[in-house]
Design a protein. Structure first.
Length: 134
């Protein structure tokens, strides 16, 4: 009987460990569409390459934020792919201080304008670099 309990426990732990990376994995490419947050659709949606930005050394809090008294107090453990509450549109809508388009542009353009050391290729800095027409 003890052996059965051991095997069930072993299998449960093994399955959990095998599933964890898939549950925590971030999609490599995500579509950022500002037309869903009250902004008009003037250009195509942006295909955001999450892994590329992570490889460049950006941390989760470089993009995701929850400010209280000027400090980013976001709990990174809440950043689970597909969670509606961590999507930009959860806070940045047509009635917020910054609509979705302004929020995206504030985050993206701010970093893309900075000089990048040790970069063979500079990040896109103009509209057509991110808003690619098909």
């Amino acid at each position: 009987m003890k052996r059965l309990g051991f095997y069930i426990g072993f299998i449960t732990i093994t399955m959990t460990l095998l599933a964890a990376p898939a549950l925590m994995a971030q999609s490599d490419k995500m579509t950022l569409d500002s037309s869903k947050g009250g902004a008009g659709k003037k250009r195509p949606a942006v295909i955001f390459q999450h892994n590329l930005h992570a490889e460049k050394g950006l941390s989760c809090k470089d993009c995701h934020h929850l400010y209280e008294k000027g400090e980013n107090v976001l709990d990174e453990s809440k950043l689970v792919e597909g969670s509606k509450e961590i999507q930009c549109s959860a806070c940045h809508g047509s009635k917020s201080k910054l609509n979705l388009e302004e929020a995206y542009h504030g985050q993206c353009i701010g970093c893309h304008k900075k000089p990048m050391k040790d970069q063979k290729k500079t990040p896109p800095r103009y509209c057509g670099g991110c808003h690619v027409r098909k």
